[in-house]
Design a protein around this ligand. Sequence first.
Ligand SMILES: Cc1cc2nc3c(=O)[nH]c(=O)nc-3n(C[C@H](O)[C@H](O)[C@H](O)COP(=O)(O)OP(=O)(O)OC[C@H]3O[C@@H](n4cnc5c(N)ncnc54)[C@H](O)[C@@H]3O)c2cc1C
Length: 215
Amino acid sequence: MSSLGGTARTTGRRLPELASVNEGDLHAILDAALVAHICVIDQGQPFIVPVGFARANDVVYLHGSTKSRLFTLLASGAPTCLTVTLLDGLVLARSLFESSMHYRSVMVLGSCRVVRGSEKLTALKAISDHLLPGRWGDARLPNAQEDKATMVLALPLDECSVKISSGPPEDSAADLAREVWAGVVPLTENFGEPIASDDLAFDIDVPDYVQRWKR
Ligand SMILES: Cc1cc2nc3c(=O)[nH]c(=O)nc-3n(C[C@H](O)[C@H](O)[C@H](O)COP(=O)(O)OP(=O)(O)OC[C@H]3O[C@@H](n4cnc5c(N)ncnc54)[C@H](O)[C@@H]3O)c2cc1C
């Protein structure tokens, strides 16, 4: 069970009314996002690195090279912070000060453990199913050498926070009288038309599972 906003470190200070303590929101945001950003500190220098990921139950799985600085540092149990942001729209208030964004975002604090044994394949399938739904049963699975070169990490959803911003612009009463357009411009993410690889050795149609991909 995730602790949502339940610690001093995950209690929002600014606009706390945007915080959600609903575990369903946490899971829905993580499940809708394709990219997370995760932090490591190397010799005092913070690095915030974009990565693919997947949620399964109460953990987030990440995969990368066993030689990666990011993964090596995280595997040592270094404290970290992972964030996910979905941008849903731009909010145009009559003042620039009140203009903002619609978003759904998550922050997870903690440290990673290295995933081994049968859980490793389960985690890799979860990442594949999340990023490339349908692909696991079609593409070649990792061989022994690829498995050895790949590290999988699990970050538990033990200490998390969620913020969701929605709704119309909130102008001051004085600004409502200004002759300036105000409103919301929604923003969505979509897949484009698939482009077949030039080196396709067979005349193969785009698979149905790819055709069905929607954001
Ligand atoms: C959308 C997306 C998804 C990704 N998914 C994964 C994933 O699932 N697993 C994975 O291992 N990697 C993923 N990457 C690549 C990842 O961001 C890192 O580049 C990679 O993990 C190498 O990490 P490292 O610690 O070895 O980097 P290092 O070799 O230590 O990086 C050295 C320096 O290169 C620069 N650098 C490294 N990465 C980036 C970057 N992404 N953008 C700009 N500068 C950079 C920085 O200056 C950094 O200090 C993804 C990248 C993107 C953009």
